[in-house]
Ligand binder design. Structure first.
Ligand code: SF4
Length: 347
């Protein structure tokens, strides 16, 4: 019998579980203490639970973790972890140390449905959603767990296409019963699925990053098919109507493609459409991928673009490229080849 994994369940879900098997409701809180605060990996180690309670839980449930099966390390210190999820399904997670910050870039899906032209994960197609436990496993189960200062949902997949599980994982990271992190340490990136974005903004306090990449809708559509469904104008209207109070930040990711989105008219249009939104733009060098007719803008063009946006009063940073030699950089995560290899080995 395959036992249901309790790791990744929220406090209210655990309360339902314990009540269902005839245990007291407070056992759920004890479970969150052991799993999320003390990071204990078996019921036997939960000393304040009676033997009978532990046995009852172990009859139908477990709290298993998955360890990474491969680690690649870049010359710049970035590490890429490979986690098996289900048979023939793998995800990648990138650990990026930088001065006194240590950021983990987590995946939310195996592959992705969204088909953005410039993205290796998009080329892989979609194999499945990750559960909250599978998302959190990437965070809890790396040797650098204690060093982490930030988590970004920018790995494989579109987080807002798997919003329920993403929200549960954020709840566990930020709530008192979980890790108790400030939501400021978490950023979720989206290409702009508007209904899910509205839910996210209302149900969490984590930061939001929008993959923008081109301010002109007809040009953006060629890079990102989502533009045909949720238009940029509507997306920005929604963002404008939301009260970004307190410390919550919104940023726009902008990958720079030579001759495609790096001209003065793009600077002018960005300034026009973002007018009135307190935000930051992150410029990102493009990492070429096979069979895609796009090149990166030169470093000089990227610097000029940054100056142009700053002149328009927009806070603009150039994101340092990290882990390119191990294919951990932005847009390069993919486990497609591995899936093919494994399947061939099985036959
Ligand atoms: S950029 Fe994001 S949403 Fe687009 S295909 Fe890649 S993973 Fe999916």
């Amino acid at each position: 019998m395959i036992k249901e994994n309790l790791f990744g369940k929220t406090l209210s879900e655990l309360q339902e579980v314990v009540i269902k098997i005839g245990l007291q409701k407070f056992v759920a809180k004890q479970l969150t203490d052991w799993m999320y605060k003390k990071r204990i990996r078996s019921f036997e180690e939960m000393h304040n639970l009676s033997k009978q309670t532990r046995e009852k839980l172990a009859e139908s449930y477990d709290i298993s973790y998955t360890t990474s099966t491969s680690i690649q390390e870049s010359v710049d210190g970035t590490k890429k972890y490979l986690f098996p999820v289900k048979p023939h399904q793998f995800i990648e997670t990138a650990y990026i140390p930088e001065g006194d910050r240590a950021t983990l870039c987590v995946s939310s899906q195996v592959g992705c449905k969204m088909g953005c032209l410039f993205c290796m994960t998009g080329k892989q197609g979609f194999q499945g959603d990750l559960s909250s436990g599978e998302i959190l496993n990437q965070i809890f189960n790396i040797p650098e767990f204690e060093k982490l200062t930030n988590v970004v949902y920018m790995g494989m997949g579109e987080p807002f296409d798997n919003l329920d599980e993403v929200l549960k994982s954020i709840e566990i990271l930020t709530s008192d019963y979980g890790l108790g992190w400030s939501p400021k340490r978490i950023t979720v990136s989206t290409i702009g699925i508007i209904p899910a974005m509205k839910r996210f903004l209302n149900q969490s306090k984590a930061n939001l990053a929008i993959s923008l990449h081109n301010p002109f809708e007809d040009e953006r559509k060629k890079l990102m098919p989502i533009e045909s469904v949720y238009h940029l104008t509507k997306l920005l209207d929604e963002i404008r109507s939301f009260e970004f109070s307190g410390q919550r930040r919104i940023s726009f990711e902008y990958i720079m493609f030579k001759g495609e989105n790096d001209q003065q008219r793009h600077i002018n249009e960005l300034a026009r459409i973002l007018n009135g939104i307190k935000c930051r733009i992150n410029l990102i060098r493009f990492h070429p991928i096979p069979n895609v007719p796009l090149e990166s803008s030169s470093n000089e063009t990227i610097s000029r673009f940054q100056v142009g946006l700053k002149r328009k009063g927009i806070i603009t940073t150039i994101r340092a490229s990290r882990g390119e030699d191990i294919f951990a950089a932005c847009g390069l995560l993919s486990t497609k080849e591995l899936v093919k290899r494994q399947k061939n080995e099985d036959y």
